[in-house]
Design a protein around this ligand. Structure first.
Ligand code: DQA
Length: 149
């Protein structure tokens, strides 16, 4: 089981950016938390962050036939990117959308998610633990799929 965790713009600023909304945990410590969680569950994981939409699209395309699942926090691209939606649809890899903050309880524009239509589930407002929940969701889905083959 191999998972790709993708983070969009400004998530590298975790710990610095708006701590009242996103908390004080740094991006480095989020990476560590994800890796520790995956190691315990014997899940292979690759984590990637970019501030550029095209780089995220390319990562999703390259994931084709390489990864069993994608955990995606597209940051602000959540609310704007048809390209990310199309990339997820193109590869057809099971994906879970994650947001650290509760996007539905914030500004109106944050309630719109383009990628949601290509995701099995959205986890929003659970802080960085949401990434671990998304990993567990994909792990369970992949196990079920393998079991039914
Ligand atoms: C975010 C929510 C987005 O609206 C925002 O643009 C982000 C982070 C979150 O994790 O809560 O950059 O995706």
């Amino acid at each position: 089981m191999k998972l790709l965790v993708l983070n969009g713009p400004n998530l590298n600023m975790l710990g610095i950016r708006e701590p009242d909304i996103y908390g004080r945990e740094t991006y480095r410590s989020l990476e560590k938390k994800i890796k520790t969680h995956c190691k315990r569950r014997k899940i292979g994981v690759k984590i990637f962050q970019s501030n550029c939409e095209g780089s995220l699209v390319s990562k999703i395309q390259k994931a084709y036939h390489k990864y069993d699942g994608i955990v995606l926090n597209p940051g602000a691209y959540t609310h704007t990117s048809v390209a990310l939606l199309d990339a997820l649809k193109a590869v057809g890899i099971p994906a879970v959308e994650v947001h650290i903050s509760d996007v539905d309880a914030r500004e109106e524009f944050r309630k719109i998610s383009f990628v949601r239509a290509a995701c099995l589930k959205t986890i929003s407002g659970h802080g960085t633990d949401g990434y671990l929940e998304a990993i567990d969701t994909l792990d369970a889905i992949c196990r079920d799929r393998k079991g039914s083959l």
